[in-house]
Every structure is written in C-alpha cells, then in structure tokens.
Design a protein around this ligand. Structure first.
Ligand code: FES
Length: 565
C-alpha cells in the first residue's frame, strides 16, 4: 500500500513538534512503534449507547470489526458519537439527526483516520452517519446492529412498533387488560437490535446496502445471529483495502446509486422517512434528488417485499428468504447494475450471487404484491411543494376519498381530544393536524400517524384519512398523508384549513386538494401569525434558523454541498 495515500501520515509524520507528540500519545494506548509502519488507521464510528437499546450490541460488533482490521494489517481506533434512541429522545430524534451528522463528519475530518466503519442501527443513526461520511468523504463502510428477533406473545408473532400500536389501541378500548399489556411489554422487543419490521431502521440499513455502502447481505442479519459479527469482521478487513484503494463515499454514492436506493425503497414498501433522508444524503453530495424522482421511480417499481407494516412477515423471515440481495436480484432490470459497491464489485455482480429462498416473503417481480412502489408523492393546493403517503400501508378503499376536515391546531390539542368519546368525527372525516413540521413542532416529529379517535375505535373503525405536516414512524400504517410542504408554521396552505372544509385525496391521481376557493385560502393565510419560536438560543435556534423543508431533506442549508443549494 502506498504510504502517500494514507492521510493519517500527515498527523504522525512531519517536521513539527505535534507530529512527534501525536505518536507519543498514540503509543500511550500501549502500541509499539510498528503501529506507524505504513498501516492504515481505521476509525470505528460507534453510536453505541445505553440510551439507545437498538444499538446496544454495537460494542460487540465493534470488537468483531477490530479483529478484521487487525487481520488485514490496519490499526483500529474506536470513537463515540452522539446516539439517537428513537423512543427515548424528546421532542424527537429528527431534531438531532443533523447534529449527529455534524458530529460524525467533523470527528472523521479532524482525526488521523484513513478509513471509517460506521456502526448504526436505530432510525436516524444510519442517515446521520451516511450524511456525515458523505461530507467528510474518507473511505467508509456501514455495519448495522441488525434487526431484533421477532416478538412472541402467547404464541403470536409480533412486530415491534406495528403490532405494538395495534395492541395498544385494543388496550385503549378495554379489550386488553393491564396484565396482558405488561406481558406484551416483556415479549415484543426480546433481543438486541433495532425494530424488526420494515420501519425506518430496517429501511435505512437496507438502503445503505442498496447504495453500495455495506457488504452484500449486511442489513437483514438479526442482531443476535453469529453472522452479524462475521460480517462485521469481514467489513473490518474490507475497509483496510478500501483505504488503500481510496474508495470514498463520493465514488459509491453516485446519482445512479441513489436512484438504486429509491428503487429498492419502493420494492421494499419502505418507510416514508427514507424520502427525507435520501434527499438529505444526496444534498451532501451535490446531487439534486427530488420528490418527482421518487414518484417516477415508484410508478415503475413493483412492491415485492412482504414484510410488515405493509405486508405479513418480519425481518427475521426476510433474512432467511435472502434479504436485500434477493430483492436486488428480483428488481435488477430496474437498477443501474453498474453502480460500484463497497466490496469493489458492481451491484449487478453482487446480486447475481443471490438466491430467493422464500417467494412468499420476497416475491418474484411477476408475482409482485402491487404494480407500484410503496410511496406515492402528492401535489395539490394543500401541498404545493409535495406530500407523501405510504400507499401500501393504507386502506385501499380510502385511496380515493372526499371528506370533511376535523382540525387539530397542534399536537397538544390532538392529544387532549383524541380520547373524547363525543369527538364529532365519523368514518368519512379527514383528521388534519397542524404544527408538526420541521420548524413548527419543531424538529419534524413522528406525530403524523395521529392515533385513531377512541370514538371511532369503539365503533370498530380502524382507519380514516389523516393529513399533517409531520412524519410518522416507519412501523406505522393507515391512510396517512405526511410531510405536507410548505409546513403550516411557515404559512403553508395547511395553516388555512378549518374544521368542516372539504378535502379530496386522490392517490392514483397524486392529488391532495382543499375544496376552498383560492381567494378564501389567501384571506385566511393573510390573517395567519406564525407561532413564537420555542428556542431563542443554542442548538434549537441553529436548527430553526437553518433547517430546510421536508421536500428538501430537512438538512441545514449550510451543510448541503455548495452546488446543491
Ligand atoms: Fe430504534 Fe425502532 S426504536 S429502530
């Protein structure tokens, strides 16, 4: 390996005192001088935290990576970053995705590393690491924590998030007891790893694989499976080679690779959050990925992956069926097959070796679950800059719908009213919630699912159309329109909706419209006053001043590549 290629040499060798001092302090970790003998230094960027149960196995994963790095002649150095535990952090991890991305980027840039292994898992940790690594542009490979084993309660297979929400709704209307809920609490998330449905974590780790940023097959291996450590070890070996080859993220995450990721997301029935994250990753690379790209790709990509919340199975079965490589093989004609991946081969070469062991879990393209992809992009006078809906997780009968709005002016009002048994809504109502966007909430939380009103659940109604400028968990389901842009807090048309207004949703026609005259909408918006910003200092203020809207990826404007602003 050419020593000239190793950026770490600039830290350790040169005429200044600090070149010498850095060697001294590196030696204080107990290494001999041989450690500087032309060996690449490999950073292991670890998002392990006891405040993030989904990433809790990453210390063991890091040890396996280190074994691989040593085997290949590198020197591993593990470092921590902020971690984002989806269910713990308030008001939302999305408020901190960009902070983590900055932490990752600057930790890589500032330190003597020739390559980086990114250890992620829970929802935002994967896009944050990809965004930071894209900007730092030092050779990088992703190893995720892996999905949990399936939940099991009284011999019933459960998917965290998805089934948790359904069972909690039964508890809300008295069909599940306190004792049963306590049993479920101990049964639904019973191993290490991230959520084991095709939620945001599984989607984003699968898309890291589709982007070419992992070794083939990495995403779906369950967290406790011994093969998780084996692929971590192999990734440790491979990153040493990548450092020598100068195989940087910008060579892997090209426009073709990003389109492959969008195509894979549609075939997976993946999380709507992937739209925001992929646009943000593309923005770091100066690639203009738009909502229209998502919709065009969705229209030509069949949904083939039968995993919850859209389908029936869980990530464990998905792994046994062949995982992401089997999906890529199934949709290969729709991919840019020549896209380069972390193992130095093209995505088509990798997919050629894949097998589908269960054609109910991963359908062949001619027996697809639906002719279009999981996500549809909507336009209309209610969302001039777009909105998204996961059409595969919606009720087919509601995909074309006309109904009267019942408006929650904010999340607090929704929480206060949703349990009211006299809430004046019925199966035709359209629940509208304002104030859930990037600036409004702030932070763009996963409030968009809007729990079903108790008044409707008691009548056996389990879905109505819901519309907001918020996101929703990738584990959620229902006829839920999300990411309405511009958001209400900046005076988007959503701010003008009043209870009783008629709303028309037409997913096949890709429309979302408020049946109110343009003049009346303008009159209402002229009277709109934005809410007082909740932060006047610190990171919250930085966020409010620089976060972009949903259709732009919600990155900070100053973090995007200069040519993509
Ligand atoms: Fe971490 Fe679902 S809560 S992946």
């Amino acid at each position: 390996m050419s020593e000239k290629k190793l950026r770490s040499r600039e830290w350790f060798f040169g005429p200044e005192y600090y070149n010498f001092a850095r060697r001294c302090y590196f030696r204080s970790e107990g290494y001999g001088h041989e450690v500087f003998d032309g060996k690449p230094v490999i950073g292991i960027c670890n998002s392990w935290s006891e405040l993030n149960s989904c990433n809790l196995n990453l210390r063991e994963v890091a040890e396996a990576v280190k074994r691989g790095v040593w085997q290949a002649g590198g020197v591993p150095v593990e470092f921590p970053t902020i971690s984002l535990g989806e269910v713990y952090m308030r008001p939302t991890t999305m408020l901190f995705r960009n902070l983590m991305a900055m932490d990752v980027e600057e930790s890589i840039r500032a330190n003597p590393v020739d390559g980086v292994v990114l250890l992620c898992g829970c929802d935002k940790t994967t896009p944050a690491q990809l965004m930071g690594a894209a900007s730092a542009d030092v050779p990088a490979i992703v190893v995720s924590s892996g999905p949990m084993l399936h939940g099991n309660w009284r011999n019933r297979r459960l998917g965290s998030g998805t089934d948790g929400r359904k069972l909690f709704d039964l508890y809300r209307i008295g069909q599940i007891s306190e004792e049963e809920l306590c049993e479920i609490e101990g049964s639904i998330a019973r191993s290490s790893g991230h959520c084991m449905v095709m939620g945001t974590a599984s989607t984003m780790t699968s898309l890291a694989e589709a982007l070419g940023m992992t070794l083939p097959g990495c995403a779906a291996i369950p967290a406790p499976d011994s093969r998780r450590k084996a692929i971590a070890e192999a990734s440790g070996r491979r990153i040493v080679e990548m450092a020598g080859e100068d195989l940087r993220p910008s060579r892997i995450m090209t426009r073709e690779a990003l389109e492959n990721a969008v195509t894979t997301c549609m075939a997976l029935g993946g999380s709507t959050n992937a739209v925001v994250h992929l646009i943000a990753i593309a923005g770091r690379l100066g690639i203009g990925l738009t909502l229209d790209d998502f919709d065009q790709i969705s229209r030509r990509t069949p949904w083939v992956t039968n995993v919850k919340p859209s389908g029936e199975f869980l990530m464990e079965e998905f792994f046994y069926a062949g995982g992401v490589p089997a999906v890529l093989r199934s949709i290969l004609p729709l991919l840019h097959g020549g896209a380069l991946t972390a193992n130095g081969r093209s995505i088509a070469e990798n997919a050629a070796a894949a097998c589908n062991h269960n054609q109910e879990v991963i359908r062949p393209i001619e027996r697809a679950l639906a002719g279009e992809g999981g996500i549809a992009v909507l336009r209309g006078n209610l969302c001039p800059d777009g909105a998204v809906i996961k059409q595969t997780a919606a009720s087919p009968g509601l995909l074309r719908h006309r109904g009267r709005a019942y408006v929650f002016e904010n999340h607090d009002q929704m929480v206060a009213e949703i349990e009211r048994e006299d809430l004046p809504v019925d199966e035709n109502s359209v629940l509208v919630m304002k104030g859930g966007g990037p600036k409004g909430a702030p932070g763009f939380p996963e409030w968009g699912h809007i729990p079903m009103p108790k008044a409707l659940l008691k009548r056996g109604i389990t879905d109505v159309v819901r519309v907001s400028d918020a996101r929703m968990s990738g584990t959620s389901f229902g006829t839920v329109v999300l990411h309405v842009a511009p958001e209400s807090a900046v005076g988007g048309p959503l701010a003008a909706v009043e209870t009783g207004d008629e709303i028309v949703l037409d997913v096949p026609g890709r429309r979302l419209d408020l049946q109110v005259s343009e003049g009346e909408i303008e009159r209402r918006l002229a009277a709109f006053r934005p809410p007082r910003p909740p932060y006047d200092r610190g990171y919250g203020r930085l966020f409010l001043e620089h976060v972009t809207q949903a259709h732009q990826g919600c990155d900070f404007d100053f973090l995007q590549a200069v040519n993509s602003r």
